[in-house]
Design a protein around this ligand. Structure first.
Ligand SMILES: Cc1ncc(COP(=O)(O)O)c(C=O)c1O
Length: 423
């Protein structure tokens, strides 16, 4: 049976495709650079390639890569590419995942399995294992802790929004199995300091994860000064990087890299305790599409190190352009100088201006920005698709601020943030 993209479609199939196009009439306009959240777009050519590669392997099943050596080889090449960017040691070993959330859930799971292997599963009555993490670390870690009944021990960040290493160290105890830092954290876009935490993880012989889901494809190319953030930090046991963010691949593609295969083995799952024979899997999913793997492989080949360097430098340049415009708008404040491309913006005087009203005025004008709290803020994930949109965005932002100054700050509807993720 042929599956070439050139095959003419039947009238019934064409009608369904047309209906699909109609269905997305109210979706955010990310392809033309109007969305500062959820989506990334490098160029029409790259997107077309990534979608075509995805389509070619969308029905292939990465549940069993022995049946699809193509997927096994592509996955290995993608992993090697990312490991080189992270300065992983030669012993480094990883897996592709469906993205940051699966990676972070698996990090919690593998830390738990490792702790059980090292210390046994018996816990004193009323004691649970815990994970120590800054208040800024991603919500998916909360999900992992909830799934595995582990205490999430959140430690407030410093006034510059970075992890408070001393406070994190003080929060660790004999039940701590994992500490986490981010490069950068999502809410304010800053890289955590992590060397003291890494040394503490070494001293305690516990897992230490760096969440570089956002920064893994950017920081290798950005000039210091940014803090050490990769496997060069002492004690790092694993790192996560998302390709469906600044790798510009189709959705469903992340990478988790461990410092060695012994650490990685705590993530894998095997059972023959059923009537279907030996079942092994590397992640949470069973059947999984080969599409994200093929799309990632295609993007890695298409851009290579030099291409990703250009993309990272461009996205950074655009983010800094917007940051300087924000500095010049008296009613707004940039919460932190960004370490990569994430901008967090607040109202200088929240009594006279609701930043959520500003975000909604922008949305009414076709833009899409995230709203987050605490504190009440607007969040922009800047990527290369915004390169030619800066002036238009800044002009609309100024109009949105002027419009919102007229809305009372106690307007309840305008002051409830829209969720970052929804069901
Ligand atoms: C730092 C960080 N980690 C993890 C994630 C989760 O990634 P995903 O939504 O792709 O599962 C995100 C998402 O924005 C993130 O910013």
């Amino acid at each position: 049976m042929s599956n070439s993209p050139e095959d003419p479609l039947s009238p019934a199939a064409l009608k369904i495709l047309n209906d699909l196009d109609l269905l997305r009439a109210n979706d955010i306009r990310w392809r033309d650079g109007k969305a500062f959240s959820l989506t990334y777009c490098a160029s029409d050519d790259a997107r077309h390639l990534s979608e075509t590669a995805y389509r070619m392997f969308s029905h292939e099943n990465a549940l069993n890569v022995a049946a699809f050596p193509s997927l096994k080889n592509m996955q290995q090449e993608v992993l090697e590419f990312v490991m080189q960017l992270l300065e992983a040691p030669p012993s480094g070993a990883g897996f592709m995942t469906s993205g940051g959330t699966e990676s972070l859930i698996l990090v919690v799971y593998s830390a738990l399995q490792r702790a059980i292997a090292l210390r046994g599963s018996e816990r004193p009555l009323n004691e649970r294992f815990n994970v120590v993490l800054p208040s800024s670390a991603h919500a998916a870690l909360e999900k992992g802790c909830t799934y595995f009944n582990i205490e999430s021990r959140r430690v407030p960040v410093r006034s510059d929004w970075r992890a408070d290493e001393q406070a994190m160290i003080a929060a660790c105890d004999d039940n701590t199995i994992l500490v986490v830092c981010s490069a950068p954290q999502y809410p304010q876009g800053v890289v955590d300091p992590m060397e003291l935490i890494g040394n503490e993880a070494l001293r305690r012989n516990i897992s230490f994860h760096i969440d570089a889901c956002m920064g893994g494809m950017l920081l290798p190319f950005l000039a210091p000064p940014h803090l050490p953030w990769n496997f060069s930090v002492p004690g790092v046991t694993s790192m996560s990087v998302d390709l469906h963010k600044y790798g510009y691949t189709a959705k469903g593609a992340g990478v988790i890299v461990y410092a060695n295969k012994e650490l990685r083995q705590h993530q894998t799952f095997f059972t023959d305790n059923w009537l279907g024979g030996m079942y092994g899997s590397s992640g949470i999913l069973g059947t999984k599409s080969g599409g994200p793997i093929a799309s990632s492989w295609a993007m890695v080949k298409y851009f290579g190190v030099d291409g990703y360097r250009n993309l990272a430098l461009t996205a950074r340049k655009v983010a800094l352009q917007i940051a300087r415009h924000i500095d010049a708008i008296p009613e707004l404040v940039l919460r932190a100088e960004p370490d990569t491309t994430l901008l967090c913006i607040g109202a200088k005087d929240p009594q006279s201006l609701s930043i959520f009203a500003v975000a909604r005025a922008l949305r009414a004008n076709g833009w899409y920005v995230d709203e987050q709290t605490p504190p009440d803020s607007m969040h922009l994930t800047v990527n290369v698709v915004h390169e030619n949109r800066v002036d238009e965005f800044v002009s609309d932002l100024k109009v949105a601020v002027a419009h919102s100054l007229k809305i009372p700050s106690n307007d309840e509807k305008g002051n409830t943030p829209l969720p970052y993720g929804s069901v």
